[in-house]
Design a protein around this ligand. Sequence first.
Ligand code: ADP
Ligand code: ZN
Length: 706
Amino acid sequence: MHVQVLFPINAEAFTYLVPDELQSKIKTGIRVLAPFKKGKKVGIVVGFDKDPSVAVIARGQSPRSNLKTDEKIATHPSDARNDKNKLNDKKEITLKTIEAVLDEEPLIPENLLKLIKWTGQYYISTSGLALKNAVPSGIFEGKKSGKSRITYDDIRPVKILNLNSEQKKALSEITNVQSGAFLLHGVTGSGKTEVYLRAIEALGDKEAIVLVPEIALTAQIIDRFRSRFHEKVAFFHSGLSPGERISQWWKIRNGDVKVALGVRSAVFAPFKNLGLIVIDEEHEASYKQFEGLRYSARDVALARAKIEGIKIVLGSATPSMETFYHAKKGNIRYLELKHRIEQKPMPRVEIIDMTKEDKRALSYSNKLLSVLKENVSRGHQSLIMLNRRGYSPFLMCTDCGYTYKCPACSITLTYHKDTKTLNCHYCNSYLEPQDFCPECKGTKTKYIGIGTQRIEEELRALIPELSLKRMDRDTTKRKLAHYRIVKDMEEKKIDVLLGTQMVAKGHDFPDVTIAAVVFADVALNLPDFRSSERTFQLFTQLAGRAGRGDVAGEVYIQTYEPLHYVFDYVRNHDYEGFYKKEIELRKELSYPPFGKLIRIILSFKNKDSAANIIKDISKRIEKIIPPRPPLTKGGRGDYQVNTSDIEILGPAPAPIEKIRNYWRWHLILKGKNSKSLRHTALGILEITKDIKNIRVDVDVDPINLL
Ligand code: ADP
Ligand code: ZN
């Protein structure tokens, strides 16, 4: 008997022999101990057969063939790499033997295994890397689960709410079906979370996964779920220790939990009887993992819902262009909450033209200052956002114009006043500024531009009586820091909460009546086709924090570019208008949702040899494009590929040329037909396979093109 064993490493499954005495115990999904290289490893049985020839074919098959999607994957780069591990009649290979079976019952439910394979394939990665992302590493290391070190407040009693008619309608549409995808498009404060909670309650004995963006996973949302489901909620967030992660995982696996609430990896929660997946704020870029296995938790969730045959609800006040497009086309069912709870008005939005300001303060208009003062005197709270942390983004020599750059990355260093350091926001290294310019030895340096630390300092000086707190990545590094700020805000110990986009997301503070953006221009001008969309979403989310209680909200946006079209739609809370304009631009350029993108990033240690290798790669790409489908028999590649619509941009230097001492080049593949797009990507990967001194990263459906 042969088994395929998948390890949590960047590879596909390996084949092993099973000794007679273990054969009756082998099942798909159990853990086994197997010799690996010179040591031993714990892996998961993902397939087995008594007849070795069948076992080999089973490995070559696309695990997606039983999925009803329009994409089937013909081949996989890692198949070739594992050839030496494959049985055939020409080569005699001595297989190693499984040493022990570690579980009686499958540890990984069957559908989850399917999802793990799908993820590895779809992202042009490996099933093993997907397994590594899906299951806490301690599960393979036999580590004990850890006791939770996080202490939450006592559970508050549930306020019994009567759903309004919009909520009722949305809920009944969701509860009436067993499967399918929904977009719940509800303005900020329309009661989407309440709909999710009821939909989960209506599941009977089935279970649910709820994904929320990292910075929205706050005490507030945790409390809301705990007050409904008590101990039957498992949480996954970045503050968990490895031991806590394992114990949360086991709680789910043992059926002790009804809901898993988390950020990305919760999409792989090992439920056996899943009934619903909810993705709150589905448009959030943070659902995409930016390193290693570059998966989108939202898109993996959609795949999981299909595999499990269950329903999925994508919720947002500002749906992504992709999701709204599919809702319009009828691929996703559309549910709308047009009004805020209790018909509370949407906040009034005022755009402040900073070019017309007489500059009394560096970052604040006179209008905003007076509004903030007035708001405190009324006992209300305010939020201020600037989407840039640190004190100032440049430290410049005014004699020669020198600015400090990161030695490892092609990025200017941000000055942080609290630590008196120049920090790289890419690699986290830092320098201490010198007394004189490293270039011309001049002594006049100047802070150019503003960050959250600077607007905090400034506001403290301008309105000293304010109780002010800053919330950004620097002030929330320590465990529970974020939780405490939110608590203080709820308990009204803070008048003004100031920070990065962290202040804009998810919170429900009824006494916040003012929300402001200090320097809107930071977000507007990024070289990315999604920058308008992101700006619209961010400002709309921020506006959504104001006026959720009894007093109407007001929003102030300071900008040097007041005529930018985004502001018209933000001002009027006009999502549809924005969508209509933006979708035309996407169509013209064949960007998603009209075309798909795959980005291939090539990184080099040495700048000069990079240029040579790139030349060589370009030549070879020209030769294979348009690539022909491989003429193999059997399950692979037996379809026609049309490459006529594939556009290849590059190889060109990436906008951020160097990160962590690696010189970066990239290729962007764009096309309407995802089969031929994938095929082209595989062709290019094949070319790079035997080139030395190169690191290749593939990003399917990239969110970030820098
Ligand atoms: P969203 O997620 O759409 O921004 P929330 O679900 O956070 O909105 O709801 C906003 C506020 O309204 C919350 O404080 C919530 O408890 C409250 N709420 C939700 N539904 C109702 C309802 N039917 N009646 C009264 N209050 C409600
Ligand atoms: Zn750096």
